[in-house]
Write a protein that binds this ligand. Sequence first.
Ligand SMILES: Nc1ncnc2c1ncn2[C@@H]1O[C@H](COP(=O)(O)OP(=O)(O)OP(=O)(O)O)[C@@H](O)[C@H]1O
Ligand SMILES: [Mg+2]
Length: 236
Amino acid sequence: MSLLEIQGLHAHYGKSHILHGIDMQVEEASIVSLLGRNGSGRSTLLKAMMGLVPPTAGTITLAGQAITGKRPFDICRQGLGYVPEERLVFPNLTVAENLAMGGQKGAPGAHKWSIDEMYDYFPRLKERNAIRAGYLSGGEQQMLTICRSLLGNPRVLLIDEPTEGLAPKIVDVVMEVILDIGRRGVAVVLVEQKLTIALKVAQKVMVMGHGELVYSGTPDELEASPDVRRNWLEVA
Ligand SMILES: Nc1ncnc2c1ncn2[C@@H]1O[C@H](COP(=O)(O)OP(=O)(O)OP(=O)(O)O)[C@@H](O)[C@H]1O
Ligand SMILES: [Mg+2]
């Protein structure tokens, strides 16, 4: 059985049917890039996994335990971490206080992260550790959001467009951190609009279209499939 298993997942916003029967497996310590055009349902899929959008059908299993229909907090405690598109920091708390808030016991068997490791990843956060998070730049807030999620010691980390709006130099840092997270045995599901990054970090790529998974393969296989890119990724 895979670390994370999704079967026949459906989700709605009111009467709008958004996810149409998603089947997906994520293996331990693997990085999966989730691709697709705007509006294809990638963020909704991550939110459904986290319990932020209640699934209307289907099952989600994490390390053999069903998490379908549970509350986000409980899903988080069972080992699913989430870095949303919107950067979620406590603006009136300092960087150090924000990091302290992230600390959780974490799921059994998960890598236990320390605040020092976070400062090694992002020295900029160490320099600014006494500054209130509301004064950080967008990129710094993004780094802080990633660190807070890691300090929950997840077994699987879901990250939604972490490099959006970041300067190229910071994009490279974030990419290295994602690779390192994978090397420490944490699985990552990455929604990433930049195809080069998505292909570089992942062992497996999945493409969504209109709320369904329309392609799954290795980065090399996707590179060799211009029809998939044309039909499902490139903007017509
Ligand atoms: N809160 C909401 N209420 C109603 N419809 C929503 C809501 N959030 C998203 N949708 C709709 O669900 C569909 C999928 O959106 P989703 O955010 O999952 O797409 P995405 O692949 O993450 O794309 P992007 O991030 O580029 O917008 C879209 O048609 C969107 O308009
Ligand atoms: Mg999205």
